[in-house]
Design a protein around this ligand. Structure first.
Ligand SMILES: *Cc1c(COP(=O)(O)O)cnc(C)c1O
Length: 406
């Protein structure tokens, strides 16, 4: 193997094994997923869809793609008569772009949660292509509860008449009421797109309500709680599927990454298992335990707690900035990301909060006991309670007890 690259890969493996990863959007896929990613499917060109390819030699590619689709529908108990799935999007952002490209006329309105309140760039933010080609109707969370105010959303939707409403977020620690979103979309004559990138694994395991009874389209990444390769899926009601397939290819993409699709198929099968359900339940228990201990130590948790895999901590309350807090923690081997909090008074480049998630460390086998320990370590770093070298040593010991699955 390329010596320079292999050295860097081994260094990264050591970094991952030696740190506590609390990035809410990251996870560790299985060895089987990585094997499929590094397989000979990397070499194959398969522009088009199964049975309708532009290149020869694709009979096995067709089998892989069909299998991935079958597993995707099965994971969420969807009937092929009503739902279709596109497994070709390279990642979450292009998947969302494809949906708008298919279903929203140029200049049309996308109603999405504001980026600084937990939405994603691709929900119509002005720096994203989705905010340049379409118009965002931004909604926020309530200033007191820091939760979605469904009554306010209904009023906004009726007033603005958006083409599409996006439900599903990047930094929102609460359950999403997809039923309410469905009612709001119908009463405003809008389509409902659920973007479940963060919570797809939780939905698959039945520990978060499902958007499928209410949404027209559901997009998701496969590399967050779903624990697969970096990729994305677009589920759609039959009525929209042809337009969406055309938007993905030839609208936006060229040849699909079949190695990625093979790896997605592996992850989708894993996610159907009883072990995965147990895993998802533990993600939630771990998040609750971590939030409760941070709260006990005096930290303000945005919205007062968590109902999913992530926690937003308001560090500005204690005189820290999100960036300095994240930098301090990284120095100690605890990896988080700085994040805005609702109605943030600071700038996005150095906001007031930290986003902390449990999916990755739960994959490595940690339970509530370790979460309480991690909360104490975070508190000790941020409030300078112990000598730094001592904390770094404790983090290293703890993380090494829970190595990566390969
Ligand atoms: C992560 C995420 C995306 C984008 O995924 P990428 O693969 O990074 O492009 C889209 N929407 C939401 C809600 C996300 O959390």
């Amino acid at each position: 193997m390329d010596k320079e690259i292999s050295k860097l890969i081994n260094k990264e493996l050591a970094r991952q094994n030696g740190t506590i990863n609390l990035i809410a959007s990251e996870n560790y896929p299985s060895k089987e997923v990585l094997e499929a990613l590094g397989s000979v499917f990397t070499s194959k060109y398969a522009e088009g869809y199964p049975g309708r390819r532009y290149y020869a030699g694709n009979s096995i590619s067709d089998e892989i793609e069909e299998l991935a689709k079958k597993r995707a529908l099965k994971l969420y108990n969807l009937q092929p008569a009503n739902w279709s799935v596109n497994v070709q999007p390279y990642s979450g952002s292009p998947a969302n772009l494809a949906v708008y490209f298919a279903l929203v006329p140029p200049g049309g309105k996308i109603m999405g949660l504001r980026l600084d309140m937990g939405g994603h760039l691709t929900h119509g933010h002005r720096v994203s292509a989705t905010g340049k080609l379409w118009t965002q109707v931004p909604y926020g969370v309530d200033s007191k509860t820091e939760k979605i105010d469904y009554e306010a959303l209904l009023k906004m939707a009726k007033r603005e008449r958006p083409n599409i409403i996006v439900a599903g977020f990047t930094a929102y620690p609460r359950k999403i009421n997809f039923q309410k979103f469905g009612e709001i979309a119908s009463s405003a004559g809008a389509l409902l797109m659920a973007d479940v990138a963060h919570i797809a694994g939780l939905i698959a395991a039945g520990v978060h309500p499902s958007p499928f009874p209410y949404a027209d389209v559901v997009t998701t990444t496969t590399h967050k709680t779903l624990r697969g390769p970096r990729a994305a899926l677009i589920f759609s009601k039959k009525k929209w599927s042809e337009a969406i397939d055309k938007a993905v290819f030839p609208g936006l993409q060229g040849g699909p990454h079949l190695n990625q699709i093979a790896a997605t198929a592996v992850a989708l099968k894993e996610a159907k298992s009883a072990d995965f359900k147990k895993y998802a339940r533990q993600i939630l228990r771990n998040a609750k335990a971590l939030a409760a201990e941070l709260k006990r130590l005096g930290w303000r948790i945005v919205s007062g707690g968590t109902e999913n895999h992530l926690i937003l901590v308001d560090v500005a309350r204690r005189g820290l900035s999100g960036k300095s807090a994240s930098d301090l923690l990284e120095g100690a081997g605890i990896i988080v990301n700085k994040n805005t909090i609702p109605y943030d008074k600071r700038l996005p480049t150095d906001p007031s909060g930290l986003r902390i998630g449990t999916p990755a460390m739960t994959t490595r086998g940690m339970k509530e006991r370790e979460m309480i320990k991690i909360a104490e370590l975070i508190d000790a770093v941020l409030l300078n309670k112990k000598p730094f070298a001592e904390i770094r040593k404790e983090v290293l010991e703890l993380s090494k007890k829970f190595p990566l699955p390969y």
